[in-house]
Design a protein around this ligand. Structure first.
Ligand code: ATP
Ligand code: MG
Length: 402
């Protein structure tokens, strides 16, 4: 993409209502635009980051046998009346008979009922990546807590407790993989079940001062607890607990039979007896991940994207207005673009501005083509995370695989 033609543009000024590092950096670097409290547009750069995160989530959910679906955001109120969650105050009601989905147990359970008749139909697991709506009283911290946000929600259906428990452990492992792949270290934290269930749930937390949750983390084994829980030493290894702040990037729940009771989701066992289906649900805050990555991967100059989720792999800068240099840079852009994603800063601006913007946008690798580098048939190459640059010959650069 040529920066001169992109809708995404950097800005020198910080929005006066940017209340967090992620809001400030993502807005200034042209990834998102705030439309209202807790409501954002994703500009081209931000949309690309989201797409990469979604793809990683998808791959890991498919790997544990999840099948992707897409349920409506506009859901019938009557379904919510069956579980008593029609009274939940974070729900938006666009009409008298509809609710904007803030979670989807009330839709997915009747959906599973159309498919599950016997023990042979179990287990079953479906997921979606979809916009959720919650009238959060504390919509703040940029993409951390939106009123409209992107979530991956997965639901599993089981015949036995053993089968559910085994599956829950598989999803746990898949979640650690997702967070590692997007460049984050996550901690498993025990918590209550909230609006979803009376059972214990597990949260996946990333340690950051920008998070809203207070945790007690075991220094020895990394297991954690919600700070509100009464616990003095690690239950698993007896290690000391230290208090930290965290951002909840995912949450997994044992739903038991709460929703199968409400919707009479039963199955016939081997002997033909009717039994209740056991359910689990598993959420990932896809857009909160964008915020969490921005909060944990930056320096005073700007963002530093992990390669796996960066909107581009290469930020190519051309310096000066020499025709020959511009033509050469254009050639480099064309050739590299056949192999990887390149952002080409072809704007007619001073070097200092272009370098500052490259640091702000935070693409992992910066290349510079200038009269000076071309004098030795080379290109300057610098990692966003490194202090120093080096010269690489044009020939070697173009022969490289990215
Ligand atoms: P929180 O305690 O942060 O409000 P939650 O317990 O309501 O989260 P779930 O309903 O389980 O969360 O949602 C699944 C995931 O979606 C959460 O782990 C979180 O990462 C993300 N999430 C929840 N609410 C929001 C929000 N308002 N904005 C962005 N992401 C959210
Ligand atoms: Mg919440």
């Amino acid at each position: 993409m040529k920066l001169s033609q992109s809708l995404s543009q950097t800005s020198k000024t910080v929005a006066h209502d940017a209340d967090s590092v992620n809001a400030k950096l993502l807005t200034q670097a042209g990834f998102v635009k705030k439309e209202a409290a807790g409501v954002y547009s994703y500009l081209p750069f931000g949309r690309k980051v989201l797409a990469k995160i979604k793809q990683i989530v998808r791959e890991e959910m498919n790997a544990v046998g999840g099948e992707e679906i897409l349920m409506p955001a506009l859901t019938p109120l009557e379904n919510w009346k069956k579980t008593g969650r029609d009274k939940v105050d974070i729900a938006f009601h666009p009409t008298e008979k509809t609710v904007l989905g803030w979670s989807h147990e009330e839709i997915v359970t009747p959906l599973a009922k159309t498919r599950v008749k016997s023990y042979r139909d179990l287990p079953l697991c479906v997921y979606q990546i979809q916009t959720k709506f919650r009238n959060e009283p504390r919509a703040k911290s940029g993409l951390m807590r939106g009123r409209e946000f992107l979530m991956k929600d997965m639901y599993s259906f089981h015949a036995t407790k053993e089968d559910f428990e085994q599956y829950y452990e598989r999803v746990k492992a898949a979640y650690f993989k997702v967070f590692e792949r997007v460049g984050l270290k996550s901690f498993l934290v025990k918590a209550g079940g909230g609006e979803f269930t009376e059972n214990i749930s597990h949260e996946f937390q990333v340690l950051t001062e920008a998070g809203e949750d207070r945790l007690k983390i075991c220094e020895k084994c990394g297991l954690g607890w919600n700070a509100e829980m009464e616990i003095a030493k690690c239950e698993k290894c007896g290690g000391e607990l230290i208090e930290k702040k965290g951002a909840e990037v995912g949450n997994i729940f044992d739903l038991g039979t709460k929703y199968s009771d409400a919707f009479k989701l039963n199955f016939a066992d081997e002997k033909g007896a009717q039994r209740k289906v056991l359910m689990g649900c598993y959420g990932i805050g896809v857009s909160r991940l964008v915020a969490t990555i921005a909060e944990t991967c930056h320096d005073e100059k700007g963002l530093i994207w992990p390669e796996s989720v960066s909107p581009f792999q290469i930020h190519l800068i051309v310096l000066g207005d020499d025709k020959k240099v511009l033509t050469e840079a254009e050639k480099v852009y064309e050739e590299l673009s056949t192999k990887t994603e390149v952002l080409f800063d072809n704007r007619d601006l001073p070097a200092g501005v272009k370098f500052a913007d490259a640091d702000l946008i935070g693409i992992p690798l910066r290349l510079v083509v200038s009269p000076k580098t071309l004098a030795t048939d080379s290109v300057e190459i610098k990692k966003r995370s490194a202090e120093t640059s080096e010269l690489v010959s044009l020939k070697n650069l173009l022969a490289k695989t990215f």
